[in-house]
Design a protein around this ligand. Sequence first.
Ligand code: IVH
Length: 688
Amino acid sequence: MLATDFEQAQKRVLELIPKIEHHRFCYYVLDKPEIEDIEFDKLFNELIELETKFPELRTPGSPTQKVGTAPSTEFKQVHHRHPLLSLANAMGAEDLDKWQERLAKALDSSDVSKLGFVCELKIDGLSIALTYKDGELVEGATRGNGEVGEDVTLNLKTIKSLPKKLNPITLPDGRKKIPAEVDIRGEVYMSIQSFSEVNKQLEEDGEALFANPRNCASGSLRQKDPRKTAKRKLSIWTYNAYIHDLEISQPQSHHATMNLLKELGFPVEPSFKLVHGISEVKEFCRIWDEKRHSLDYQTDGIVIKLDDLKLWDWLGATSHSPRWAIAFKYPPEEIETVLEYIEFDVGRTGAVTPCAMLRPVKLAGTTVKRASLHNYDQIQRLDVRPGDTVVVRKAGEIIPEVLRVVLEKRPAQSEPVVYPTTCPICDTELVRGADEAAFKCPNIHGCKAQITRRLEHFVGKEAMNIDGVGEVLVKQLVESGLVQDAADFFNLDLDSLLTLERMGKKSAEKILQQAEAAKQRPMANLFAALGIPHVGVNMAYDLAQYFPSIEKLASATGEEIEKIEGVGPNISRSVSEFFKNPQTIKLIEKLQKYGVSLEDRADAKASLKVSDALLGKSFVITGTLKGLDRLKAETEIKQRGGKASSSVSKNTSYLVVGENPGSKLAKAESLNVKVLSEDEFMELLKAT
Ligand code: IVH
């Protein structure tokens, strides 16, 4: 129904705008639409109609005035209503005793032995402030200087466990209510598992790694493009709430606040505990010193807070930290072991990385056998030698690093490390660029290690995604001579694959199918696969948005490339040089010859519109289609106004089932999603 008078229209516009923005965000950023396109169009058209009828309601910020969701957050400043303070540290049990003494003095009481404290794990992440109005997240900001932080709302919204809508809480009279406004405090962090995945990908892309999950979380939260944050899988624990509501009062104790957070739907770290007296606090710290290593997130201490919130007001804060809380910090874990020898690895870019091979030793919950020595300068700085006893630390408890040498324990006949001057694999003389940390093997096209690493990268998931071709098979293919460059993956045939050891017919057929499908990979993946120096997955994606074909990218001028945010002269030079290289030209010619698509079909899509018959319908394809490859099937759907998505939800209209369907079929059946065979799907395409 269309509102008729101005006031009604205004009210409806104010409802529609956040709704539309939310659904755009789900669609464009999270890639997980919550409603059908047709529903979305209805909301959008309603807004257009209202704005046409009452032009004074059309604001510059209205979704009708924007295209999609702007990928760039501007990081506006946010003034925190309640400043975000830091915490005083307790470096050992004595500091806890001293804190107890200070509390006794300030509270004018000698009997503090039964005081209630809440002990929480101190999560090593970034503190953030969230504001919910009427149960909806309206603003999320970093700590900044404690008074003013940066607006990272869109990025925070990509965190799966963060509620987008709050649960109502039960009032003393039994009614249920959502607080009018609530300010939340919490810690955004990255799980150890997600951190390892991010670093693995960066390593494959030849990009700099994050030293620890905290830096990784921070880098991910401050991405200008929330789609990139969404890929990084951040998590959050919350630990404080300031309620602003006439009917809901602030809890009386901190443990009640923690329970209230849970009731509202926030994730709360489950290990928190209400204890009494400093000796129970110490016991909690002692127990978690060991236990914390079994968690999938990093903790660097315990935060201890007085439970009684009246005491928070009474004690107040210094300019830096509250008097009612303290952070007990665990010392960083270091251990001595013997460095047995140094191994030199050659990566995809030819960089030679020294790695310390250690006598295995237990550290922070795991056995450490290797530690990075980063580069030549680091070896010089540490003067580390084979046979040395070294102190190893897990930087951020994840990546072990050699901190220093215990000189007193150095064996009498020790010799300084002889840094290789030639490649340990192909014996070519190593070179070092003017401002580069690594020595590199310049034999880009002849060094077996580099070739193999590059080919492994080429078939990887984020690159050409030729499933079934892993490290071992790449090695076999290179050694047998079947694959000499990346294009050769597209010139394999059944007979030659079957000559490989342990290769069965089924696997060989699967590889050929996968390679065939990979010929239609989007340019973003192809650019990433090519291994252009300094161009990782994210950069490849950005490049493909502007230059959706190899030809366009290869012929772009440095100036044109540098128009892309985050692209400086280094990257643009690297791209230009890459495409000028005769080896690249040869490779691209070969790729073309074997039928690999060298342009995105996305730009062809609009001009090839067939009909609007599938408008509002969303399709998921599972298994292998015999008649057409997946990308083609998806293009056909899109050309008819439909949407192709990768996961089944209750909003999926059809699941198209090919040969060997995956778990999506069971999911579709459980959600009553209509299932189409390939033949039925082809019929549908013909009819539309
Ligand atoms: S309470 C005024 N609780 O540690 C109260 N902080 O070193 C301050 N942190 O800036 C925060 N886990 O980023 C609190 N359970 C927890 C915490 C926690 C991690 C961080 C937070 C704070 C820093 C202080």
